[in-house]
Write a protein that binds this ligand. Structure first.
Ligand code: UDP
Length: 194
């Protein structure tokens, strides 16, 4: 898929609809798919975190998660048409998982927020299989969380640890983790939990 470099990081030109339309093919081919939000925060601070720049370069899609990213594209004569927020993408991935009865794993947020997120997903997306969930303040190490994920082998892993922890966890574990689709979702569980 076509990408543009915005503030030093690759961002997908595709719209949200186009990004979702490409998912069946990634799954069919057995590719690991990583969605990484490119927002002003990551763009401003990534230079202090070489592992995050590296992750952004490996991501299947850097999503244009901020109107500033869309404006920067316009200013440099680029083609990014719309903002793709992490929460909008997560809702679409949940709907996709619901349609196909796929499994998900949730990692991050405060325990009560995470429990409410699980309840909301069970209510709104009843055919999604919730393979497991671990809050973002657990005593488990990142490695132990990855091991828990490997026991249940979900299709989707949503990581809500905030910047830069979620990107650092992904940088360390997404390649070895036994799941197919990964997204860093920032504060999305706080939204979904209501
Ligand atoms: N979070 C977490 N562990 C941490 C820090 C943050 O699980 O050590 C969670 C936090 O509870 C929230 C999400 O990460 O649900 C996003 O946090 P924040 O809004 O601070 O990050 P940002 O969206 O600014 O990157």
């Amino acid at each position: 898929m076509e990408k543009e470099v915005i503030l030093g990081l690759p961002v997908a030109v595709a719209t949200l609809d186009e990004i979702i339309a490409e998912l069946p093919e990634h799954l069919q081919q057995g590719d690991k798919t990583l969605y990484l939000s490119i927002n002003p925060q990551i763009a401003l601070h990534a230079n202090k975190h070489p592992e995050i720049v590296d992750l952004a370069n490996k991501a299947t899609y850097g999503i244009a998660d901020g109107i500033g990213i869309v404006k920067a594209s316009k200013q440099q004569g680029g083609k990014i048409k719309e903002r793709v927020t992490g929460i909008d993408l997560m809702y679409r991935l949940l709907a996709f998982a619901n349609e196909r009865k796929e499994s998900i794993f949730l990692y991050g947020s405060k325990p009560e927020v995470l429990n409410d997120t699980v309840k909301a997903i069970r209510r709104e997306y009843p055919d999604v299989k919730i393979a497991g969930y671990i809050d973002g303040y657990t005593a488990l190490s990142g490695e132990q969380v990855a091991a828990e994920i490997n026991k249940v082998k979900p299709t989707f892993v949503f990581v809500a640890l905030g910047f830069p922890r979620q990107e650092q966890w992904l940088a360390e574990y997404y390649e070895s983790c036994d799941a197919k689709v990964f997204q860093d979702v920032g504060g999305s569980f706080d939204v979904i939990s209501g």
